[in-house]
Design a protein. Structure first.
Length: 205
């Protein structure tokens, strides 16, 4: 639009025998003045075009300004409330403290989730849906339900005379009772000093 106006005004002035240089400078000055005035309209048109293309891909954009962020986005993460998802939690992997996939962590998570009798938790439901090798033969012995003081849930299970207490809960409350962690190779290590200070503080409280 700016280019057409510049050409039209320049041609109009030349047609009425205005000096060519002055006509060109006048048209150029007009283009410089029009550019910031038309910029909001140009941005709105582009954002609307982007929203229409997203709608074709079954994505509804409520705020046009969000379109600008899509161009610089690699991964879109959403919460688990189901606002823009199907509202179902799926388990991808169980990791050890070093960030490696661990069948032992998966087993303990499954035994805890499958044995608890408290409130229904979407994450526990996702864990129960998994097929975990080695979960056969474990028997529940006792349960210490979750409460808002301990913020932990503990399940005592037994297999062939071996008792294991599996506890889950809020991160700080779990760290407050931890002294060691297990590496990927099965070796034990002391909890890092930063976490140990946190554990001491929590114990004092």
């Amino acid at each position: 639009m700016t280019l057409l106006l510049v050409v039209a005004i320049f041609a109009f002035n030349v047609y009425f025998h205005k000096p060519v240089l002055e006509s060109f400078l006048f048209a150029l000055a007009l283009a410089v003045g029009l550019t910031p005035q038309l910029l909001p309209a140009i941005i709105s048109i582009n954002l609307s075009h982007g929203a229409r293309r997203m709608a074709q891909r079954k994505v509804i954009v409520k705020r046009l300004t969000a379109i600008e962020n899509f161009g610089s986005m690699n991964v879109l993460c959403s919460d688990k409330t189901g606002t823009i998802t199907e509202g179902v939690v799926h388990l991808h992997a169980a990791l050890d403290p070093q960030g490696h996939e661990s069948s032992k962590v998966m087993l303990y998570a499954y035994l805890n989730a499958a044995s608890e009798t408290g409130l229904v938790n979407p994450i526990d439901e996702a864990i129960r849906e998994c097929k975990v090798p080695g979960a056969e033969g474990w028997l529940k012995v006792d349960e210490l339900p979750y409460d808002f003081v301990r913020k932990r849930l503990s399940i005592l299970v037994n297999k062939e005379g071996r008792h294991v207490l599996i506890t889950k809960g809020a991160l700080r409350q779990i760290l407050s009772v931890c002294t060691q962690l297990e590496r990927s190779d099965g070796s034990l290590a002391e909890v890092p000093s930063a976490l140990a200070r946190n554990r001491t503080t929590l114990a004092r409280v």
